[in-house]
Design a protein around this ligand. Structure first.
Ligand code: GDP
Ligand code: MN
Length: 384
């Protein structure tokens, strides 16, 4: 009995250290090398821009989004807005009214009779976009005034084919998300300086038009998929913290699940479908993709097994008191989702993401992962 408990303790310790090893290496690299900002050779440029905006039943917020776009600091006669709308509410009418007596920017409104999901809608919109650079933005987001200029400056580097930006302020005040965004910004800056980053963000992703290729019709990681494909075709795809946007999110554990699990499913499926890229494409396939494989596909399971084994060890050692382990995890989750963990909040944020990735893998395995989802009404309150 003694011996088996000691073995269990050893196993748990090994598992936890093994899980943490890639993170430690990444953190160490980030600390020692300390790369800052975008790796692109940025240069002032004013290319023509197509802004792609997908909408599904956004009648509450679409007008504010359009106001936000036309007030961007960029010559509007260089801008066209391509909206692909699949709504059955008043979104379309609001858009037509908004542009009724406006000369610039030019509007292309693609009206879908039937909602088929975001990926097919985006493929239509990208095909219709005719300007040099294409900026995709979600309706439920706000962009900094200089976002287009910053994106253009990155894409002026001939080696760079796509650029995404940073969430500087989480609307609705979710510290959980804020903590995670800081960790993510450090990681994505590091990845970009190594070669290219994996994750592209819905509120702001910019692409060179001539690099755009169709995405899978069932994609639920559309922006990331397009960026990955552009990297596959040769150009770098980078993160620039100078491109700033705001997005709303929930703190509460249960409310966060639907969106986070769906996004996680999209990413896992994308990695699995493109597993042939591992080990190729320079440091992208050599370091960046393996790290993300670890983070998304391996470490959530190692963590789950660790918690399970630690509980077992605790019960063997201390009887019912051993349940302190799952109780501790529960308390951590309870406090974390109420933003009460102070400086531990970012760790909770990473934990919360790992939970999503675990659920996502199970859901995918059960055949879930539809490209059509319920748009979160509550999150839209922040944009009214
Ligand atoms: P989330 O941020 O990942 O939760 O995704 P959202 O539900 O906020 O959707 C992102 C953007 O895509 C928003 O602008 C939505 O209006 C839009 N959208 C979602 N589903 C569809 C769809 O089926 N068709 C179109 N055209 N747009 C969609
Ligand atoms: Mn959204």
């Amino acid at each position: 009995m003694r011996k088996s408990v000691r073995n269990l303790v050893g196993t748990v310790t090994t598992l936890v250290s093994l899980t943490g090893l890639p993170y430690a290496i990444y953190l160490l690299l980030a600390k020692m090398w300390n790369p800052q900002g975008s790796p692109a050779n940025k240069r002032r440029a004013e290319p023509s821009v197509s802004i792609v905006l997908p909408t599904y039943n956004e009648e509450r917020i679409v007008e504010n989004k359009l106001r936000d776009i036309i007030s961007l600091d960029y010559p509007m006669d260089e801008v066209e807005i391509v909206i692909v709308d699949s709504s059955d509410d008043d979104t379309r009418k609001i858009i037509w009214d908004f542009f009724a007596d406006r000369q610039t920017p030019e509007l292309t409104l693609l009206e879908e009779d039937e909602r088929r999901g975001l990926a097919p809608a985006l493929n239509e919109a990208y095909a219709a976009a005719s300007n040099e650079i294409v900026v995709k933005t979600d309706c439920d987001s706000k962009l900094a005034a200089d976002a287009l200029q910053e994106a253009a400056a990155n894409l002026a580097d001939p080696d760079v084919g796509a650029v995404t930006g940073r969430n500087v302020d989480v609307l609705g005040g979710s510290d959980v998300e804020e903590g995670y965004r800081d960790v993510q910004a450090t990681i994505q800056t590091l990845e970009s300086h190594l070669d290219s980053t994996l994750i592209f963000h819905g509120p702001f992703s910019a692409f060179e038009n001539k690099e755009i290729v169709p995405i899978d019709q069932d994609s639920i990681a559309d922006d990331t998929e397009l960026a990955l494909k552009i990297r596959k075709n040769g150009k770098r795809v980078v993160f620039d913290p100078e491109i700033r946007y705001k997005e709303a999110s929930h703190s509460e554990f249960s409310k966060r699940r639907a969106q986070k699990d769906r996004r996680a499913m999209g990413l896992i499926r994308l990695l699995l479908r493109n597993r042939d890229m591992l080990g190729r494409y320079g440091l992208y396939g050599g370091v960046v993709l393996p790290f993300n494989w670890w983070f998304m596909l391996v470490s959530p399971w190692l963590l789950a097994v660790s918690v399970g084994l630690a509980t077992l060890t605790g019960v063997l050692l201390a009887g019912p008191l051993g349940l302190a382990v799952p109780a501790g995890v529960g308390a951590f989750t309870f406090l974390g989702s109420r933003d009460l963990l102070g400086s531990l909040q970012p760790i909770f944020a990473v934990f919360d993401t790992q939970v999503s990735l675990l659920f996502a893998a199970v859901k995918l395995w059960r055949g879930e992962g539809s490209a059509v989802w319920d748009v979160d009404e509550e999150l839209r309150d922040a944009y009214e």
